[in-house]
Design a protein around this ligand. Structure first.
Ligand code: UDP
Length: 327
């Protein structure tokens, strides 16, 4: 198929684009390079542009006879979304609605959408199934939930096929060492801990050690970025007119912040000093996926089930690219 990958120069999008390409799809990347990296995009396949530029998207969809869109392009920092909600509603909501309208004009009616565990807010049940109430507690989660709702309406009204894939914590890097995580500023736990191991930071700040968890620190479900990419490919194969999939993508295993730091110590051999600070606003104590529906529906199983293996691939990337793509 001819696939347009929005945000394909970003962290998760670049891994999905590689896998699509390897699987024989004809991939085009559409990215405004605000957070994406030219070097992360598939060589010769990057079209620079913004998802909100409807006319440009229409012409790209038509020029490359696109059959389906994988939509990764988004702003994705919870804290920033609280401080600058307009940025999130404008890009993630208005931008995506422009993309959907461009698809309608170009008669493209299949889309795999990057959604998030943040659409659940503070869940009542752990592990989280897809039937958990979606009640976001920050603008980022709301912006993604609005698009999930819009896609349901588009599927109903216009016979679209879509998948909304709700990621837990994306982590790790391509094991071939060519692409990985590079955010400026970095806010995610694994890259920050590895920056300590690289001598780029003195210590890691643990945001809160008084949570109601066994060691007092937050628990998250870390899923390898290539496992996420694999689930996208499998979801793409299932898209049919008027069909929809809403699926959690996680490993089902929770790791506390302290356990992540311990794994990074094991992998890097660095002592990794820590300091404790107050809780970060908007952080639920525990988010762990029940991904059994995704496993059943997609015939998908995460290959990286040991967090040490996930951290190892991240370490390989960060060690060989200490300044990310600028290295
Ligand atoms: N975290 C931390 N120190 C940091 C960055 C993150 O203690 O410097 C914690 C954060 O509070 C959360 C977990 O690590 O409990 C994962 O945070 P991250 O930002 O990586 O992902 P998120 O869960 O926000 O998507």
């Amino acid at each position: 198929m001819n696939i347009l990958v929005t945000g394909g120069a970003g962290y998760i999008g670049s891994h999905a684009a590689r896998l699509l390409d390897k699987s024989g799809h004809n991939v085009w990347i559409y990215d405004n390079l605000v957070y994406g990296h030219r070097a992360a995009a598939l060589p010769g396949k990057l079209v620079e542009g913004d998802i909100a530029d409807r006319e440009r998207v229409v012409s790209v969809l038509k020029e490359h006879a696109i059959d389906a869109v994988m939509h990764f392009a988004a702003f994705a920092l919870v804290g920033e979304s609280v401080a600058e909600p307009h940025k999130y509603y404008r890009n993630n909501v208005i931008g995506t609605l422009e993309l959907l309208e461009a698809m309608r004009s170009a008669e493209v009616s299949k889309i795999v959408f990057s959604s998030t565990t943040a659409t659940y807010g503070v869940p009542d049940n752990i592990p989280i199934t897809e039937s958990e109430r979606q009640d976001p507690i920050n603008p980022y989660g709301f912006s993604k939930l609005v698009i999930e709702k819009a896609l349901a309406d588009y599927a109903h009204a216009y016979d679209w096929g879509y998948a909304a894939l709700r990621y837990f914590n994306a982590a790790g890097a391509s094991p071939d060492g060519t692409i990985g995580e590079d955010h400026t500023p970095e806010s995610h736990i694994i890259p920050i801990v590895l920056q300590v191991a690289l001598g780029q930071r003195d210590n890691i700040t643990i945001f809160g050690n008084d949570y109601p968890t066994p060691d007092g620190t937050c628990i998250r479900d870390y899923i390898h970025v290539d496992d996420l990419a694999d689930a996208h490919l499998k979801a793409l194969d299932l898209l049919e007119p008027s069909s929809n999939l809403q699926l959690n993508l996680g490993t089902g295993s929770g790791q506390s912040v302290k356990q992540i730091i311990e794994a990074c110590r094991r992998i890097t051999g660095h002592p990794i000093p820590t300091t404790i600070e107050q809780r970060r606003p908007g952080d639920p104590a525990e988010l762990v996926a029940d991904s059994s529906l995704a496993q059943r529906v997609l015939g998908w199983t995460p290959r990286y089930t040991d967090v040490n293996d996930i951290v190892s691939t991240a370490w390989q990337w960060h060690r060989s690219h200490p300044r990310g793509y600028a290295s």
